[in-house]
Design a protein around this ligand. Structure first.
Ligand SMILES: *Cc1c(COP(=O)(O)O)cnc(C)c1O
Length: 418
């Protein structure tokens, strides 16, 4: 079930070229964009073909496993992340679960940086224990990760540009620590913009999991997620892959074992398949991601600097600001900007939010429109208070995902609401 690269040149293309050209075949009568294949099943001519497909699962048979529109999206994400293979799934949560289960089974352990998306914290603390998989959440530093490693640790997890704190995972050292112990490093690259701001695989990560609902879709119109693997991962010390000797997953699937297992788990068995209409919207969103996100990063930096000068505004947190604790790491790992999410404190969040006329109150990221939330009562409302404060969230904090509007209108709206 490996990805069939639609265009071998895609790996050499620049980001903006791959974003619009990858996964679109050339030729007479071919569609110019990605077409929607509204299909649940695909035909065979002979019994032999059907039998072969059911044995190898490399082509098209039933759309829970593969669909041409979803496959086009997968090829495009593989090119944009600089990976070897991608499985697209129904949401970012589906991608997280698939990535973790592809490395861990009952009795195994995950070490994760604690500055996480709330759904990931919930997955690690509440869902995986139901399956016998334990997790230790630690500070986002190599020392803390190293100290938490156990003999049964199969996966290290961290987020690229956490929100709202803006932590930047130190991918290189995290990868070394994981690999010394035979574990894999997975990075949630949702805020890394599908490889535009950061390509975790190039810094040593083994797995990139992400929500495509955010910058990939980009218009608040669709949900999706994906898991991408690189080529260099070592599974030889992971019993899920080596049990069974010559019949083991590793032996039978070779270098494609990890990607094969992710598709098998997430799509084929758990059924968290991405719908072709959603894949189409996301593939189309990817075509303008670089344009949108580079502008959003510029506007976010301008707004962060400006907010600091506004009377009544408390702490402003954005990794692009020189005094942010992760600024140096941001410069090492990010290109094109430091992301579109920033946080700032206002004296009266309820009054501030009620006066907005351009910014909208909504719990999403990466939309073309600027969205704000009050994390204390919403996204982080169920996180224990100490952990909330550790994540950079106070009762005064406003999180903002900057859109593509004219910055002067955003400033005017914020100034009025203050
Ligand atoms: C939104 C988000 C997710 C979950 O994605 P969904 O598409 O909402 O399921 C995971 N990680 C991060 C960093 C996110 O922002």
């Amino acid at each position: 079930m490996s990805d069939v690269p639609t265009d071998p040149a895609a790996t050499d293309w620049g980001y903006e070229t791959a974003a619009v050209q990858a996964s679109i075949p050339r030729g007479l009568g071919q569609t110019v964009g990605v077409p929607i294949h509204a299909a649940a099943a695909f035909q065979f001519d002979t019994l032999e073909q059907a039998q072969g497909e059911f044995q190898n699962n490399t082509g098209l048979s039933y759309a829970r496993l593969q669909n041409p529109t979803v496959r086009a999206l997968e090829g495009r994400i593989t090119a944009l992340e600089g990976g070897a293979a991608t499985v697209a799934l129904a949401s970012g949560q589906a991608a997280t679960l698939t990535a973790i289960l592809s490395a861990c089974r009952a009795g195994d352990h995950v070490v994760s940086a604690s500055s996480l998306f709330g759904g990931t914290t919930g997955m690690l603390n509440n869902i995986l224990p139901l399956m016998g998989i334990s997790a230790t959440l630690v500070d986002n530093t190599p020392d803390a990760v190293r100290a938490a490693m156990q003999d049964n640790t199969r996966l290290v997890w961290a987020e690229m540009i956490s929100n709202p704190a803006g932590d930047i995972a130190d991918i290189g050292p995290f990868a070394d620590i994981a690999h010394e112990r035979g574990a894999l490093l997975a990075i949630d690259n949702t805020c890394g913009g599908v490889g535009y701001l950061c390509r975790p695989l190039a810094f040593g990560a083994d797995i990139v999991a992400q929500s495509l609902t955010k910058w990939a879709g980009g218009h608040g119109s669709v949900m999706g997620g994906s898991v991408t693997v690189g080529t260099r991962h070592d599974l030889s010390r992971n019993p899920s892959y080596t049990d069974g000797g010559e019949h083991s997953v590793l032996n039978v699937r070779g270098g494609e074992a990890l990607a094969w297992r992710q598709r098998w788990l997430g799509a084929s068995q758990l059924g968290m398949t991405l719908a072709p209409h959603s894949a189409f919207l996301i593939a189309q969103g990817l075509e303008t991601l670089a344009l949108r996100l580079s502008r959003e990063c510029q506007s976010a930096l301008e707004l962060a600097r400006w907010l600091r000068t506004q009377p009544g505004v408390g702490r402003v947190s954005y990794p692009g600001l020189e005094d942010h604790p992760f600024h140096a790491q941001a410069r090492r790992y990010l290109s094109h900007g430091c992301g579109a999410v920033l946080a700032f404190e206002v004296p009266d969040p309820a009054a501030f939010l009620s006066r907005l006329r351009v910014l909208r109150i909504a719990p999403n990221l990466g939309d073309v429109r600027t969205l704000v939330v009050h994390p204390w009562t919403t996204t982080h409302g169920r996180v224990p208070e100490a952990a909330r404060r550790a994540a950079g969230v106070t009762p005064q904090t406003i999180r903002m995902s900057v859109g593509v509007e004219d910055v002067k209108d955003l400033k005017a709206d914020i100034a009025r609401a203050l």
